[in-house]
Design a binder for this molecule. Structure first.
Ligand code: 9D3
Length: 264
């Protein structure tokens, strides 16, 4: 028989992810929902868990130890993490340590990661991981933001979900991925659904005009305004047309179009 392909078959090689974690039960649930589940079901995404504890050799299956030099808290031992990574690593793997010291994860990182055939995400716990993991085992170090988590597991969920929804076929409406907030480098415009009036608050008239160009212009302007007011840092990096700049200058004043704070 000649192998047949059908529409919807995964053709491209899937993104494979191994998550190195001493708390595999953390991941009961989050990958069985939404785009992550769809991507897995379609063979676009493969997620596997590897537990460093399974690579210990002592009776207590020890994965942490006291810090040399003293101080509070425990440090994750290098050997179980090295053995866990080495049990799944291939020449195509990218080994990523999740830690508060890492480079900030953003939408550009999600697009870069979705191109990689194999990600190994190492989740730390306690005070952190032995420095030799950083200097000898990993390719890069990633943080999801400036707040303190108890470990890398929640960060791994965030990163996998951000990648999963970018895989073609994982989200019902491809357009929503192409036009979503960060694809344009701007915040989203407001959205409304029925009822047309809710507790006295009405929907902007332009959305009933049937004028698609007018609706598109309104949405663009709302996105520009929201971004200028709330995330001027994003506006700096966004590609603005001369019309966009003119609109922001007229609406917010001259300085607002190049990213100054301006909350109305
Ligand atoms: C910076 C705080 N560290 C000072 C001793 C201790 C520490 C706190 C929390 C070390 C590790 C952790 C656990 N956090 C992560 O593993 C983590 C994380 C985070 O806390 N914030 C944002 N992104 C990430 S990715 C992994």
């Amino acid at each position: 028989m000649v192998p047949m392909s059908a529409p919807g078959d995964a053709v491209k090689t899937p993104v494979k992810v191994h998550i190195v974690t001493i708390f595999p039960e953390f991941f009961n649930g989050p990958f069985d929902c939404g785009p992550t589940r769809i991507a897995r079901e379609k063979g676009l995404l493969e997620i596997n868990l590897v537990n460093p504890r399974d690579f210990t050799t002592d009776a207590h299956r020890t994965v942490d130890d006291y810090p040399f030099g003293g101080g509070a808290g425990m440090v994750m031992k290098p050997e179980p993490i090295f053995l866990a990574v080495e049990s799944v690593r291939t020449p195509a793997s990218r080994v990523i340590l999740l830690s508060p010291q890492g480079e900030r994860f953003n939408q550009d990182t999600a697009h870069r990661f979705k191109q990689l055939p194999h990600l190994i995400l190492i989740c730390g716990r306690y005070k952190g991981v032995d420095e030799r993991v950083r200097t000898m085992l990993i390719d890069e170090e990633v943080s999801i933001g400036d707040y303190v988590l108890a470990g890398g597991e929640a960060a791994a969920v965030v990163i996998v979900e951000a990648i999963a929804r970018l895989l073609p076929g994982a989200v019902g409406d491809e357009d929503s991925v192409a036009t979503d907030s960060f694809a344009q480098g701007l915040l989203d415009a407001p959205v409304y659904t029925r009822p047309r009036e809710f507790r006295g608050a009405t929907v902007p008239e332009v959305l009933f005009s049937g004028n698609h160009a007018a609706v598109a212009t309104w949405r663009r302007q709302q996105a520009l305004l929201a971004t200028a007011r709330r995330r001027p840092d994003l506006l700096q990096k966004a590609t603005l047309t001369p019309l966009d700049r003119e609109f922001l200058q007229k609406t917010l004043g001259k300085e607002a179009s190049n990213g100054s704070q301006n909350e109305k």
